[in-house]
Design a protein around this ligand. Structure first.
Ligand code: 0RA
Length: 644
């Protein structure tokens, strides 16, 4: 056996430490990546891509490719300088190996620039390695190619090795998540697609190519490259809307190593869609940068209005909600050191970000309005019309309140209420259609379950302001039954039921009503979603029975499995009934399969679901034909499958 070099000995010692560190990650993956569900799984990809984006932000990389390979191996390649391969002075092993095996090896690779990760989790490459069954690292440094193979959560038999020559530079990482750790290792293309598209928008000029090669017969790919950066992001978000001015307004400022940029464009709708980011991390709960933006926007509008006598002296000031009606905005800041607050770390805390963005918008938008009076005029008129509508809504609300005070307890006539008032137990089923409503009423537990059948014509929330909700025959009963108010008057503590369960058929109409209601909740009662009050009922699709033995199936796979089980050895005849709608079930069946808390499955609606519904809704109901056509073509197969 060859004599040991001092270097190798050091290498063995550090390997032991390394494995202890990585073992901690494998024991408590949730602490590092949030969960071992799909969100945590996809997070692994973001960690590796974020490292490549850091290299791009440092100015050395402009192309990142992400491939999903058969077996759910992910391959991420960048054309940066290549991870440093020299021996790390302290650890005595290659710096690349350090980055992939030592927990919080500075989290990042050191060096200047804005480290994009470090936000929600930002845990680095070693965590990805710890949670992978295998990982291959290849580095091209312009002279040589280096390679190292890891297996079973970061173990390695050989150090980083030179394996050839090259005149290219870059880093390639391939990893396969450990299926003994994750609930599933099946990557979802759409999830990666959304995130990588967003990263390409946030980092103008970087090309990110995503390819799904899992099915050789059906290779899917997207090439994300946006010279316009967040301007293109705004255009993308507004694609199914009708903008009221041609180009997004774009403002940029760099100060004390901090960068702030905003892009926004108004459409003829009534809602605001503001997304903010800090170091490329979506700050879902906003924070200082968003506050700075909103304050400055309101200020600039009012100053402009007063200066040019667009607001008379007797007029009240425009409010924030007036000047944000119909806005689609992206706010992005890059700071040397981001601080995230709140329970989910979704809120930016750095105070300097508020002043930075406020200053940017105050100066930048002021100048923009001076230089573009025609655009200023249309936007300003939109804000004053929002102001008038807000006044009208207040009056409508008061009228509605006076009216409902005349009805019994202010509750809608069609509501079959429950007797309990204990919100920790009560639930309301919102049911489309009178026949399903009838079964639900007879089948329910009267003590805790209320039923509200919906009827009448739905309001197109896309095309109406809040005042119309108060006069809509379909939505008003929902508002009245829930009892917690809507819009900025909403008070979640007043909600009359702990669970609000939308019960609709598993067909196109049912999906329509779900989308409508979710959009309504998303826009006017969002805290109910945020606090987990909204659910979908899951009625079965099939009844599989042999005489008195009955099983309910929720998918065609379950149907087939139950049919085989019931048929048994002798292949006896099994009957299958397909439920076309809730109305076909008798009260007992509906109770047993869909309403009984002991047996049913209900699905809690997340804010993301609602956001998606809202986007789908805008597209389906908006004025633009093209995105609608595209959507229908893309989803045509779902529609076909519905009636197999
Ligand atoms: C040179 C130096 C440093 C990092 C990198 C290159 C680098 C890291 C990664 C991670 C993924 N792809 C990469 N490409 C390059 C360390 C920072 C420094 O010392 O300046």
């Amino acid at each position: 056996m060859a004599e040991r070099k001092p270097n190798e000995q050091h290498y063995d010692e550090s390997q032991i430490q390394v494995l202890e560190g990585l073992e901690a990650v494998r024991k408590r993956p949730g602490m590092y990546i949030g969960s071992t569900g799909p969100a945590g799984l996809h997070h692994l990809v973001y960690e590796i891509v974020d490292n490549a984006i850091d290299e791009a932000l440092a100015g050395y990389c402009d192309r990142i490719t992400v491939d999903i390979l058969p077996g759910n191996t992910i391959r991420v390649e960048d054309n940066g300088r290549g991870i440093p391969v020299g021996i790390h002075p302290k650890e005595g092993i290659s710096a690349a190996t350090v980055a992939y095996t030592i927990l919080h090896a500075g989290g990042k690779f050191g060096g200047g620039g804005y480290k994009v990760a470090g936000g929600l989790h930002g845990v680095g490459a070693s965590v990805v390695n710890a949670l992978s069954s295998s990982l291959d690292l290849t580095v091209y440094n312009g002279e040589h190619i280096y390679f190292q193979h890891f297996y079973h959560g970061g173990k390695y038999d050989e150090p980083l090795k030179e394996i050839g020559d090259t005149d290219h530079t870059g880093t390639v990482v391939s990893f396969c998540p450990d299926d003994t750790i994750f609930e599933t290792i099946e990557f979802q293309y759409e999830v990666l697609q959304d995130r990588l598209r967003e990263q390409a928008f946030l980092n103008a000029g970087i090309r990110i190519i995503l390819t799904d090669q899992r099915d050789p017969q059906n290779i899917i790919s997207d090439d994300f490259y946006y010279e316009g950066g967040i301007r293109s992001f705004v255009t993308h978000l507004n694609k199914s809307k009708t903008p009221i001015h041609d180009e997004p307004i774009y403002l940029y400022k760099e100060e004390n190593d901090c960068i702030a940029e905003v892009a926004f464009q108004y459409n003829d709708g009534f809602y605001e869609n503001i997304k903010s980011f800090a170091n490329n991390i979506h700050t879902i709960d906003g924070g200082t940068h968003e506050t700075g933006f909103k304050n400055a926007l309101t200020k600039v509008f009012n100053d402009y209005g007063r200066r040019y006598k667009l607001l008379r002296d007797s007029d009240a000031n425009l409010l924030g909600e007036d000047v944000r009606e119909g806005i689609t905005a992206i706010i992005s800041v890059k700071l040397p050191d981001c601080e995230f607050e709140g329970q989910t770390k979704g809120k930016l805390g750095n105070t300097e970000a508020r002043a930075l963005v406020d200053g940017l918008v105050t100066e930048g938008l002021g100048t923009y309005f001076e230089e573009n009076p025609a655009v200023a005029k249309v936007i300003f008129e939109k804000a004053t019309s929002a102001q008038r509508a807000r006044e009208a809504a207040r009056r409508a609300r008061e009228t509605a309140r006076r009216k409902s005070a005349l009805e019994a307890g202010g509750l809608p006539g069609k509501l079959a209420d429950c007797s309990s008032k204990d919100v920790s137990k009560t639930e309301i089923f919102i049911v489309e259609g009178d026949s399903a409503g009838g079964s639900a009423k007879s089948g329910r537990d009267r003590n805790t379950q209320a039923i509200l059948p919906l009827w009448g014509k739905m309001l197109n929330v896309e095309k109406a302001r809040i005042d119309k909700v108060y006069t809509n025959e379909k939505l008003l009963p929902v508002v009245a039954a829930l009892g917690c108010g809507i819009g900025d008057e909403l008070d979640v503590t007043k909600v009359r039921y702990g669970k609000v369960i939308i019960m609709a058929d598993a067909d196109v109409d049912g999906s329509h009503i779900r989308t409508l209601l979710l959009t309504f909740f998303f826009r006017y009662m969002r805290p109910l979603i945020e606090e987990g009050h909204i659910y979908f009922a899951q009625p079965p699709l099939f009844k599989v029975f042999r005489g008195k033995r009955v099983r309910y199936a929720f998918t065609p796979e379950e149907r087939d499995r139950y049919a085989a089980e019931l048929a048994g050895e002798g292949n006896a005849k099994v009957d299958i009934q397909r439920y076309k709608g809730l109305g076909e079930m008798n009260p007992e069946q509906l109770w047993e399969t869909t309403m009984d808390p002991e047996n049913r499955t209900i699905i809690q609606v997340t804010l993301e679901d609602a956001q998606k519904a809202d986007e789908t809704f805008s597209m389906l109901m908006g004025d633009k034909v093209e995105p609608r056509k595209e959507f229908i073509e893309r989803n045509a197969h779902f529609v076909q499958n519905l009636d197999v």
